[in-house]
Design a protein around this ligand. Structure first.
Ligand SMILES: [Zn+2]
Length: 91
């Protein structure tokens, strides 16, 4: 491998690439765990309308079986379903 020979002649460059590769592995691990954390944030609730267990993402979501709007936030209860409640930005 020409690349290997090049690196052997330049130990500093090789060390640099090893560090970059190491950082890339750490970054991908962090992203992997972050996605894992996000997916576990989905709350399982029993739909009051059809009785099936569905997952909720965010504060408001719809039942994936009967599209019954649901909320985890008591202040939003009774209000019309709106995906806007899931975003923290107030438009
Ligand atoms: Zn349902």
């Amino acid at each position: 491998m020409y690349v290997g020979i090049f690196f052997r002649e330049n130990p500093i460059v090789m060390a640099l690439f090893i560090i970059i590769g190491f950082l890339a592995i750490i970054a991908s691990t962090v992203v992997y765990f972050w996605i894992g954390m996000l997916s576990t944030k989905a709350v399982q609730v029993q739909c009051p309308s059809c009785g099936k267990v569905t997952k909720m993402l965010g504060r408001v979501d719809m039942c994936m079986y009967c599209n019954e709007p649901m909320t985890l936030d008591p202040t939003l209860e009774g209000k019309e379903f709106d995906e806007k409640y899931n975003s923290k930005k107030k438009s």
